[in-house]
Design a protein around this ligand. Structure first.
Ligand SMILES: [Zn+2]
Length: 291
């Protein structure tokens, strides 16, 4: 068995060293503890500051989102693509309207009517509702409208006048009977007899008339929420090229939307019945057009 004796150097020297360094070590330790305590204290303070500023940030964010909500509540207008305008309108349940379940007669000849209807529906025409017994219609500039449309229309007209634009209504509520007379007289003026329509030899003429004229039961004018407009100095059909239309259509129809109106047959929409009609607007109410 071999016993290793520590050399005097290895035993004595460290002892000497540690004895000599003890106060220094103690001082270093004290310094370290003091430093660490200060660091921890500072860290805690910092944390407190951080959580305070975090709280402030959260409060600020809450205030901002409240502001946004207020902004939205106070009338930020919804934006629509042309197709979205139509989807929105077609899904709308407007007050005081009665759904038409069966398509009304057009010419009185069943074969001709079925043929006309199928051409119309292929173009995108669809059955529209008519005022129910609860609806109150009023006369504005000689045209009948649902009572709720009168004031918003007058405000829109006034807003246009302030821009130097003179717009007037040239069509409002139209009964199924009115629309029947309108369509059949245009069909006959275009040269299509009822028998030719029934035989299917006048489809092109029927389609031509449908470019601008709805069949009875399928017109938005039946609702009494729809208006046709004319801009002073321009013929009715030329509304699209008038400064009134430039003003109406600017910024996603901002002006009409402000008063509760949307374009009825916007320019870029898919099959919607007639060709686009820059002059026709439907009242849907401002509430649904604001976020
Ligand atoms: Zn119209």
């Amino acid at each position: 068995m071999r016993i290793v004796e520590p050399t005097p150097e290895s035993t004595v020297q460290p002892q000497k060293k540690s004895k000599r360094k003890l106060p220094v070590l103690f001082f270093v330790l004290l310094t370290f503890i003091a430093g660490a305590s200060f660091y921890l204290f500072a860290l805690k303070e910092g944390e407190e500051v951080d959580s305070e500023s975090l709280q402030q940030n959260t409060t600020a964010e809450a205030e901002v989102s409240e502001d946004v909500e207020q902004l939205e509540r106070t009338g930020e207008l919804r934006m629509f693509t042309d197709n979205e305008f139509n989807v929105f309108y077609n899904n709308l349940l407007q007050p005081d309207l009665e759904r038409v379940e069966n398509p009304p007669t057009i010419t009185g000849n069943d074969e001709a009517d079925t043929r006309i209807r199928s051409i119309a529906e292929a173009r995108g025409y669809r059955l529209r509702s008519s005022p129910s017994a609860t609806a109150t219609l009023v006369t504005v500039d000689g045209y009948q409208l649902h009572a709720v449309v009168a004031q918003p229309w007058e405000e829109l007209q006034q807003a246009a006048a302030e821009e130097g634009l003179s717009m007037s209504i040239v069509s409002g509520y139209r009964s199924v009977e009115n629309q029947r007379n309108l369509f059949t007289s245009r069909l006959s003026a275009a040269g299509a007899s009822v028998s030719a329509v029934a035989q299917g030899t006048a489809d092109d003429i029927v389609n031509e008339v449908l470019i601008q004229s709805s069949i009875p039961g399928y017109s938005k004018h039946h609702t009494a929420y729809t208006i046709d407009l004319k801009c002073a100095g321009y013929i009715f059909e030329d509304f699209k090229n008038s400064p009134c239309y430039t003003w109406m259509s600017a910024n996603n129809y901002e002006q009409p939307k402000k008063y509760g109106f949307i374009p009825s047959y916007p320019p870029e929409a898919d099959a919607q019945g007639p060709d686009p009609e820059a002059w026709e607007y439907v009242y849907v109410g401002k509430d649904l057009l604001t976020q």
